[in-house]
Design a protein around this ligand. Structure first.
Ligand code: NAP
Length: 310
C-alpha cells in the first residue's frame, strides 16, 4: 500500500444506537475515528412508532429518540459520513473496507450494521411493495387512515406496530401462524384490548392481491382446518422478523449459520481488531439499551486495541 493512504485508527460502520454510542465514547477518549451509515442516523429507531423501554424516555417516538442521539453527536462535533460498506477484509496490520465511495483503511473496525426486515416471500409482495406493502408502520400507516389493513407476525414488532396503527386505521387484521405470541405480555395485552384489531390466528399469508396498481387483499390459509380466504385490505405490513446485515463480513469467518456475528465479552470477533455491536450480533436480547451498552464496551476495547500501533 502506498504511503499516502489514510489509515483511520477506528472505523465504525453503522450509525444506529450502537454505532452512535461507540462514537460518543471514542470522542470522549480523544481518539480519531470515522463513523458512516448508508441511511439516516438512528437505524431501526427511525421506523419504530414508540419506544417506552429506554430509560430516561417514556413513550417517545422512535425517530425523536434517534434525533436526540444524533443531536448529541452533533453537539460533540462528531460528523456522520455517508458510505455503503460492501466488504471488510484484513491485511497484516489494518483492515480494508470496500465502499461505494472507494477503499478505506482502518486499524480497527466496529461493525454496527444491525438487521433488516425479513420478507414474506409470497406472490404479490414484490409487485406491491410501496403500493400497499410496507415494512414501516410509522412511515406509512397514515396513508391508510380510516381503511382496513393487515399486519403479519406475532413478535414485538408486529404487536407494537399494530397497537400504534390501530389509532390511525379503521381495522387491523393481525395474521399470525400460531395461537401463542412471541411478543412481550404487555404488547399482547394492548393488542387484545384494542377494539379494532381482529386476531386471525393459526393462519399464514399465501398471496398479496391487487388491482395492478395497489393492494386490494390478502389471501390467507388457516393451517388447522386448511380453509383459505381473502381478507379485503388496502395494505399489508409484514413484521415477520429480521435478518442480520452482515454480508460485508462474508470473507471473514466470524458469523453463525444465520449470519449473526460472534463476539467475546469485549465485543471483539475472533479476528483481532474486528469488533461488532448491536442487533447484528448473536445475542438473546435485541434492544436499544443492549445496543448502546455494546457500543460503549466496544469503543473502550477498540481504543485499547489500537494503542499498540502508536
Ligand atoms: P421476531 O421476534 O423474530 O418475530 C417474528 C414473528 O413473525 C414471529 O411471531 C414468527 O412466528 C413470525 N414469522 C416469521 N416468519 C414468518 C413467515 N414466513 N410467515 C408468517 N409469520 C412468520 O421478530 P420482530 O418482532 O421483528 O423482533 C425482532 C427482535 O427485535 C426481537 O428480538 C424483538 O424482541 C426485538 N424487538 C423488541 C422491541 C421492544 O422491546 N420494544 C420492539 C421490536 C422488536 P413464530 O412466533 O411462530 O416463530
Amino acid at each position: 500500500m502506498s504511503e499516502e493512504k489514510k489509515i483511520y485508527p477506528i472505523y465504525i460502520i453503522g450509525a444506529g444506537p450502537a454505532g452512535m454510542t461507540a462514537a460518543i465514547y471514542l470522542k470522549r477518549a480523544n481518539i480519531e475515528f470515522k463513523i458512516v451509515d448508508k441511511y439516516a442516523p438512528g437505524g431501526k429507531m427511525n421506523i419504530t412508532a414508540v419506544v417506552d423501554n429506554y430509560p430516561g424516555y417514556f413513550d417517545i417516538p422512535g425517530p425523536d429518540l434517534a434525533f436526540k442521539m444524533y443531536e448529541q453527536l452533533k453537539g460533540m462535533n462528531i460528523e456522520i459520513g455517508y458510505a455503503d460498506v460492501k466488504k471488510v477484509s484484513k491485511e497484516e496490520e489494518f483492515f480494508v473496507l470496500e465502499t461505494d465511495e472507494g477503499l478505506e483503511y482502518a486499524r480497527a473496525v466496529i461493525v454496527a450494521t444491525g438487521t433488516q426486515e425479513r420478507k414474506l416471500k409470497i406472490p404479490g409482495e414484490g409487485k406491491y411493495t410501496n403500493k400497499g406493502v410496507s415494512y414501516c408502520a410509522v412511515c406509512d400507516a397514515a396513508l391508510y387512515k380510516g381503511e382496513d389493513i393487515a399486519i403479519v407476525g406475532g413478535g414485538n414488532s408486529a404487536l407494537e406496530e399494530a397497537a400504534f396503527t390501530a389509532n390511525i386505521v379503521n381495522k387491523i387484521y393481525l395474521v399470525h401462524r400460531r395461537q401463542e405470541f412471541r411478543a412481550d405480555e404487555s404488547a399482547v395485552e394492548e393488542v387484545k384490548e384494542s377494539k379494532n384489531i381482529e386476531l386471525v390466528l393459526d393462519t399464514i399469508p399465501l398471496e398479496i392481491l391487487g388491482d395492478g396498481n395497489h393492494v386490494t387483499g390478502l389471501k390467507v390459509k388457516n393451517i388447522v382446518n386448511g380453509e383459505e380466504k381473502v381478507i379485503d385490505v388496502k395494505a399489508v405490513f409484514p413484521f415477520v422478523g429480521l435478518d442480520a446485515v452482515s454480508d460485508l463480513l462474508s470473507d471473514l469467518n466470524v458469523r453463525d449459520d444465520k449470519g449473526y456475528v460472534l463476539v467475546n465479552a469485549e465485543m471483539m470477533t475472533s479476528i483481532p481488531g474486528l469488533f461488532s455491536i448491536g442487533d447484528v450480533n448473536q445475542k438473546n436480547l435485541r434492544q436499544i439499551v443492549t445496543a448502546t451498552s455494546d457500543g460503549a464496551i466496544a469503543a473502550l476495547a477498540a481504543n485499547r486495541y489500537v494503542k499498540k500501533f502508536k
